[in-house]
Write a protein that binds this ligand. Structure first.
Ligand SMILES: C[S@@+](CC[C@H](N)C(=O)[O-])C[C@H]1O[C@@H](n2cnc3c(N)ncnc32)[C@H](O)[C@@H]1O
Length: 197
């Protein structure tokens, strides 16, 4: 884990400056949970789950969900949301690049990452890919939202460098890239749907 990335997120949650935390699940997730591309209910892993909005949403639709985030304050909020909704969700304060160290059983049918992978330092991204690959069951779906590549001059300070679809394909080589759908943000971003071979 990068000490500085961890510190930055801790400070952001502490100050309540979490612009990504909109309190609603994105349409791309809703599509695979209850919409046109609905998957059969199973086990889901929410990587970098933050305050648990999407974790609670999936659990509310019958999924057996595990949420992981390395900021204790975010996980405390997530646990409170799950308790209010009376949903039995396994939340864990942990690093998504060290999942093998935690008591998490692999074999997830759905892996979801909204904004965590692109926040990782570049050197940590291959380890993350190994962990996600190990956690996914064969045929499992990995739904990933990531910023597109932004040039150093144009991106705001502390904004992730972002990734290209080619980089995603190469990084997650044990998955087939089924779709790279452009996001609706004012900057470049994609929703990637991948299937574990
Ligand atoms: C942009 S936020 C998105 C949070 C949540 N997915 C959402 O959409 O509300 C990225 C999240 O990833 C978490 N994160 C970043 N690097 C992580 C790591 N190495 N291990 C665990 N969580 C991490 C941060 O703490 C933060 O909650």
């Amino acid at each position: 884990m990068s000490f500085f990335t961890n510190l930055r997120f801790r400070l952001m949650y502490r100050r309540g400056w979490t612009p990504w935390d909109r309190g609603v699940s994105p349409p791309e997730l809703i599509e695979v949970i209850e919409g046109a591309r609905r998957l059969p209910v199973g086990r889901a892993l929410d990587l970098g789950c933050g305050t648990g909005t999407t974790t609670v949403y999936m659990a509310g639709h019958g999924w057996d969900v595990t949420g992981v985030d390395f900021v204790p304050r975010a996980i405390r909020t997530a646990r409170a949301k799950a308790a209010t909704a009376r949903l039995p969700i396994a939340f864990l304060v942990g690093d998504v690049t060290r999942l093998h160290e935690y008591p998490i059983e692999p074999g997830f049918e759905l892996l979801f990452d909204q904004g965590c992978f692109h926040s990782l330092p570049e050197a940590a991204q291959p380890v993350y890919a190994l962990e996600v690959t190990r956690m996914a069951r064969s045929g499992g779906t990995f739904l990933l939202y990531a910023f597109g590549r932004q040039s150093a001059q144009r991106r705001p300070r502390f904004f992730p460098r972002g990734v290209t679809p080619d980089e995603v394909r190469a990084r997650f080589s044990a998955f087939d890239l089924v779709e790279a759908r452009p996001g609706t943000d004012p900057f470049s971003s994609h929703w990637y749907t991948m299937r574990r071979r």
